[in-house]
Design a protein around this ligand. Sequence first.
Ligand SMILES: [Zn+2]
Length: 159
Amino acid sequence: MTWTLEEKRKYHREWMRRKRQTPEYKEWSKEYHNRPEVKARKLAQGSEWVKNHPEKKKIWRKKWWSNNPQKTKLMTYKQNARRRAQYIVGNVDIPELLDRWDGLCGICHKKVEGKYHIDHIIPLSRGGLHEQDNLQVTHPLCNWRKNNRILPNTKEVVA
Ligand SMILES: [Zn+2]
């Protein structure tokens, strides 16, 4: 009896499926995927794939964002900083920042728990720099309030 191509493929798929479930195969697969040349090839294939599936990349990136909140915050601050252009983008070390401020809000001086913002002590609009020494941790609400109120010295200028 001769098999059609379709039948051969089907048989092969089934054979592979069974094989993949054996402990020997699992052991081999683990070792195989850890080889440096295999890792490099997968990486290259991955970036090629990403180029061809931009919409999948978006989903993947969102997932990455929610899994790496600290890195995401850094990236956002750097992006915003670049957007506003006229100042230096320094390296920001969030763990050091939390440590330096004892995890306290720079505006109301209460403990920051859960969500936090990184705030420019001297606002960028007033010539403050985006660098470690000009940053503080704040509650999102405190930061929002600060940004929305008229600063005392602005009032003086107006009066
Ligand atoms: Zn606060």
